[in-house]
Every structure is written in structure tokens, then in C-alpha cells.
Design a protein around this ligand. Structure first.
Ligand code: AMP
Ligand code: MG
Length: 345
């Protein structure tokens, strides 16, 4: 079934920028916007605060929660819990927090479901290709790739109730493919706990929406032009209403490098140990929660358009929009049925 045309004539990437839209709400309601920095990028929250609800201290609470998540799962913070796990010896149970376990369990689940396209043990390869915290910056040799691959593989990770064990020496877990989505979900939970049920949360383009912006209409997200080199949210080509749920985008268009060995980017195909090779420029995934959308956007980049479309068609509750090179200097797009029919209008 052909997908419904998008409102502009060229392909776009659904990276949310939360645009300031004049919102008509009940006289006692107000819409607040909170912005900040986290996980090497920016975040924003728009929330409709109903009646007399107190939104004081919300930004501090959000910042504190995000700091906590970074402290648990950032590989850029040498003191984080995950960095300590990465520095630990192989083949011993390493005690971990409930939060780290939850995210690792989700990662392992999606690794199995995607036949290893998502694999959070790619840390050594990410570093080798120049996109990690311990990156040398030069293009790796085939021997280096073979050596790093011996230290990767999600099947080498064992998760217990309160521990993880690394089955190969010098493994390095990298949660960058999934942590932003988890952070978005957690800010959503924080807002709900404070009685806020109408909001849109975004970290670096990964989004969760809940309820409506004015009691009737869906929250609007900005759609970005995939032209390389623009900062997130700087080239918005359209606004679309997003039904309650999550949306996350992965792409080779923003973090890449051209050198003598050709073009490389930050998404690694665990089957080859090199950046994924396909015509795909970006994948946007729609799912009920943002951790799932984030994990799957990365996995579908690895799978490519044809395998990815088939995978999405056989998984309920997941939709995806694939943007790829048309081999003629432009972009083409394919979306699963739900992209046209339900999620976007
Ligand atoms: P995202 O932007 O969510 O697609 O995450 C990409 C980041 O996840 C990269 O910068 C790497 O740190 C890491 N990564 C790269 N390839 C993979 C992969 N196949 N599975 C899991 N994580 C990956
Ligand atoms: Mg991801």
C-alpha cells in the first residue's frame, strides 16, 4: 500500500523540535516550556499545567533525574556505574542497580528480537571507529576490527537478578543507542507523578507525548530536513501532530566523517564490525515508549530498508519511516502502514 504523501514534497526526518505554538487552553491552564542540556545534547519539555497545579521546582527535579541517569549509564563519565562495570573483570558477577539492569534487560531483549542488529556490546568498535569516549580518531585496520569483534557480542553478556557478567575480556557496554529514549520515558514518569498528564518531552530528537496540548489537539513536532551538518532543530520543514506515544530517529546524516578510507558514521553493524552499509540515511520509529523506539531506530538502521520493513510489519505496535538515498542525489522514503494511517495525519 503506498504511504500517504507527507505535507512537503521532499523527504524529511522526524526530529522533534518543540516549536512554540500559541495554545488556547482553559483560562486556568497554562503551558510551560523547560529547556536544558543532558547526554551531550539538549532536552526540552512542554507541559500543560492544569488549574492550580504547582509546577515550581519542576526544572530542578528534571535536571536532577537526568543527572542520576547519566551517573548510572553514561560511558563519557568515568565514574558512572556503567564505566565501572566496563572496567571490571570478565566472568565474575558484577552487582548492578535496578535501573541499569532494567535498561540492559531491554537492550538484550531487542538484541534477540533483531538478531543482534542492536548490540550494546559494540563499545570497542564504536571507540575504534572514532565515535566513543576512548577514540583514537583514525580509520581502523582489518586486524584491529577482528580484535575488537572478539570483545563484542550481546550473547557474551549474562544478566542475573542483580548482576551482570561479561563473558569476554575487555568488553565495553555502550548504552548510547537506548539511554536517551529511557531518559525521555523517565521524565514522562516524573511529570505524571507530579500530576502532569499533558506533555511532550524530547531529548536530542527522541520524543514522548502524552495527552493533548489544549484538551483537543495533539502536540506538534517539527520535522527536520536531513541536510547534513545542521544542528538539531535548526532546519524545520514541517510541523506534524503526533498522537500520544514515542518517536525516535537514528541516522547516518549527523555523526559522520569523510576521510581517505571513505565515509564512516557512528552506527555499527555488529555482523561486520564496521559502520552499517546501506542506502539508509535515517529511520524514525514510532512505539508506545521511547526506550523501545530509540533501540529499534538504531537496529533498523543496521537492518536496512527491505529487512527493516519486513521486521516492522511483523511486530505489532511498532511503525517506522525509512529515509534513503535515491541514487540520484535526492531522498526517497518508505513507511510502514501505521506511519501514514495512524501516527501522523
Ligand atoms: P542512536 O543515535 O540511538 O542510533 O545511537 C547510536 C549510538 O549507539 C552510537 O553513537 C554508538 O555509541 C552506539 N551504537 C552504534 N551502533 C550500535 C548498534 N548496532 N547497537 C547498539 N548501539 C550501537
Ligand atoms: Mg537509538
Amino acid at each position: 500500500m503506498p504511504i500517504k504523501r507527507w505535507p512537503v514534497s521532499f523527504a524529511m526526518i522526524a526530529v522533534a523540535a518543540l516549536i512554540g505554538i500559541a495554545v488556547q487552553t482553559s483560562p486556568r491552564d497554562r503551558t510551560i516550556t523547560i529547556r536544558g542540556a543532558t547526554m551531550g545534547t539538549t532536552y526540552s519539555v512542554k507541559a500543560r499545567i492544569e488549574g492550580a497545579l504547582d509546577s515550581g521546582g519542576l526544572q530542578d527535579a528534571i535536571d536532577a533525574r537526568l543527572r542520576e541517569i547519566n551517573r548510572t549509564m553514561s560511558t563519557w563519565d568515568k565514574q558512572s556505574e556503567l564505566s565501572k562495570v566496563n572496567a571490571s573483570r570478565a566472568n565474575i558477577p558484577i552487582p548492578i542497580s535496578t535501573e541499569l539492569r532494567l535498561v540492559l534487560a531491554a537492550a538484550q531483549h531487542w538484541s534477540r528480537e533483531t538478531d543482534g542488529a542492536l548490540d550494546v556490546t559494540v563499545g570497542p568498535l564504536v571507540n575504534l571507529w572514532g565515535y566513543g569516549p576512548e577514540s583514537a580518531g583514525s580509520t581502523p585496520t582489518p586486524e584491529q576490527i577482528i580484535a575488537a569483534r572478539k570483545r563484542t557480542g550481546y550473547r557474551h553478556l549474562r544478566l542475573g537478578e542483580r548482576w551482570v557478567s561479561k563473558g569476554a575480556t575487555n568488553m565495553a557496554i555502550d548504552l548510547s543507542a537506548i539511554a536517551k529514549g529511557y531518559g525521555v520515558d523517565e521524565i514522562g514518569n516524573l511529570l505524571r507523578q507530579r500530576g502532569v498528564s499533558n506533555f511532550v518531552v524530547e531529548i536530542g530528537g527522541e520524543v514522548l507525548t502524552s495527552g493533548t496540548r489544549d484538551g483537543e489537539s495533539y502536540w506538534m513536532v517539527g520535522i527536520e530536513n536531513p541536510a547534513s551538518g545542521r544542528s538539531p532543530g535548526k532546519d524545520i520543514t514541517a510541523l506534524i501532530p503526533l498522537r500520544a506515544g514515542a518517536m525516535a530517529t537514528s541516522g547516518s546524516y549527523r555523526r559522520f566523517r569523510n576521510d581517505s578510507a571513505g565515509r564512516s558514521h557512528h552506527i555499527i553493524d555488529p555482523r561486520t564490525g564496521s559502520p552499517s552499509q546501506s542506502r539508509l540515511i535515517a529511520v524514525t520509529v514510532f512505539a508506545a515508549d521511547c526506550m523501545t523506539a530509540d533501540a529499534l531506530a538504531t537496529a533498523l538502521m543496521v537492518m536496512g530498508v527491505d529487512d527493516g520493513m519486513r521486521w516492522v510489519a511483523s511486530h505489532e505496535g511498532i511503525d517506522a519511516l525509512f529515509v534513503f538515498d535515491d541514487n540520484a542525489g535526492g531522498f526517497q522514503q518508505r513507511g510502514s502502514a501505521g506511519v501514514a494511517l495512524n501516527r501522523l495525519q
